[in-house]
Write a protein that binds this ligand. Sequence first.
Ligand SMILES: [Zn+2]
Ligand SMILES: [Zn+2]
Length: 353
Amino acid sequence: MNSLGVNSLDLAAQPHRRFNPMTREWVLVSPHRTQRPWQGQVEDVAPETQLAFDPNCYLCPGNSRAVVAKNPDYASVFVFDNDFAAMKPDTPEGEFRQQDLLLAHSESGRCRVICFSPRHDLTLARMSIADLRNVVDAWAKEYADLGSQPNIRSVQIFENRGAMMGCSNPHPHGQIWANETIPNELAKELAALTDHYKAHGSTLLSDYLKLELEKQERVVCSNDDFVVVVPFWAIWPFETLVLSRRPVSALDELTDAEHTSLADILRQITIRYDNLFKTSFPYTMGFHQRPTDGQPHPEFPMHVHFYPPLLRSATVRKFMVGYEMLGMPQRDITAETAAKWLRDLPPSHYLDQ
Ligand SMILES: [Zn+2]
Ligand SMILES: [Zn+2]
């Protein structure tokens, strides 16, 4: 028993639930189901593409794009408005309401596409730090430009990587959605982090990073400015969180050196992901940044979430079904074990070894 009279809990052996203070939701952890040793299963999976240029790809330089235009012969990063955008900037304001049960509101916004490289066959993990830095620069510019528009309150920068995540085109690219309201996930975190800031006078993520750096148990990799951890409350088997050592609320507050540093840390973690099952690792990754409502938001440090679906090999993925749809998310391997596996991998890409 501890000083509070509560029995201690063996996180590595006993079923338990863990609290996510960022969303104030719980995840069920069942470590007793993974007593078997780590197999490190590697399968022979053909790469999605080996073509540096694909004449049929609508994102490659010079190719035709859907109904609208032809891509320029871009040599670095290329950003454009999505031809099939989920939101439009000129949607008139409107509301639908019936007895407070049926409620709808118009939503205007912009959806942009960012090609990370003219090379069809690259991924973030296979790009140079210099080229990745160009992507960081473009993200920062888009965040600032879109966020400065009067009807935009939130800018989401993200990447769906791999067919398993529903990404139909292997050309390295991501998306930027900017809209007039704050979406659910950001709103949950904003509420929790604001409460923490009011109660403690410090940011939740700075306090959390301090704790992780003391323990080192869930740290995967780091550099001078950023640290990657498998968060204590991770849901996906190899979920990670990229935290900045100096709290900044968005990309527009990073220094020049930190742009390069961010490129480096994204390269480090994506290489480790690829090395885990010797495959081009699928994931959804994205930035959470301060709402662009003109307020400074010191309570909300910028961070990056990686949500990869793979569980045991290049083809065996985790599904969020059954209890997870009806109850709460559940995982078997602990965050500590996942962090150790990722941490112990070689830091250079397996295709370069
Ligand atoms: Zn392409
Ligand atoms: Zn977040």
